[in-house]
Ligand binder design. Structure first.
Ligand SMILES: Nc1nc(=O)n([C@H]2C[C@H](O)[C@@H](COP(=O)(O)O)O2)cc1CO
Ligand SMILES: [Zn+2]
Length: 161
């Protein structure tokens, strides 16, 4: 007769939860994205969120979405997936999985493929009709990268900090 706890979180809840928590560090006022890279044997290898490169002040660079390219965020922000890949200093990411709260853009898709990551688990896909995301799916399909949507369980987790 086992006394094992029954309501522990699943692997998918754990890794997507870590990705979501990581996204909460983002200073982007419109979209916060988090990513968590996991080995084939379920070890967390790296995390990331969308933000400015090191040395570029969150207070000095723009966070707006419009206007001159040099005066809006798009040209400067590093995406969560790229940050998670670059944050990993332990060697190879071959055959790893990435949990990400928003479907990867085409630039991150290229980085994911070239890093050897073979599975993408995503939550939101709000830019599904953009050329960028359509291109990502095309490249993932060609490269044999599996991607599937995280199945939300509706579990609410409260943490007191
Ligand atoms: N997969 C992604 N990972 C990311 O980290 N991002 C970042 C870039 C921006 O900082 C923000 C998107 O801003 P907005 O266009 O929704 O206001 O999310 C965006 C995508 C979308 O492809
Ligand atoms: Zn990206």
């Amino acid at each position: 007769m086992s006394d094992k706890r029954k309501d522990y979180i699943s692997w998918d809840e754990y890794f997507m939860g870590v990705a979501m928590l990581s996204g909460m560090r983002s200073k982007d006022p419109n979209t916060q994205v988090g990513a968590c890279i996991v080995s084939k044997d379920n070890k967390i290898l790296s995390m990331g969120y969308n933000g400015l490169p090191r040395g570029c002040s969150d207070d000095e660079f723009p966070w707006c979405r419009e206007g001159d390219p040099l005066d809006n965020k798009y040209i400067y922000t590093a995406h969560s997936e790229l940050n998670a890949i670059l944050n990993y200093r332990g060697g190879s990411l071959e055959n790893a999985k990435i949990y990400v709260t928003l479907f990867p853009c085409n630039e991150c898709a290229k980085a994911i493929i070239q890093a050897g990551i073979t599975t993408v688990v995503y939550d939101d896909d709000k830019y599904a009709t953009s050329a960028s995301v359509i291109a990502s799916k095309r490249m993932f399909d060609a490269a044999g990268v599996r991607y599937y949507r995280y199945q939300r369980t509706g579990r609410k987790i409260e943490i007191t900090l």
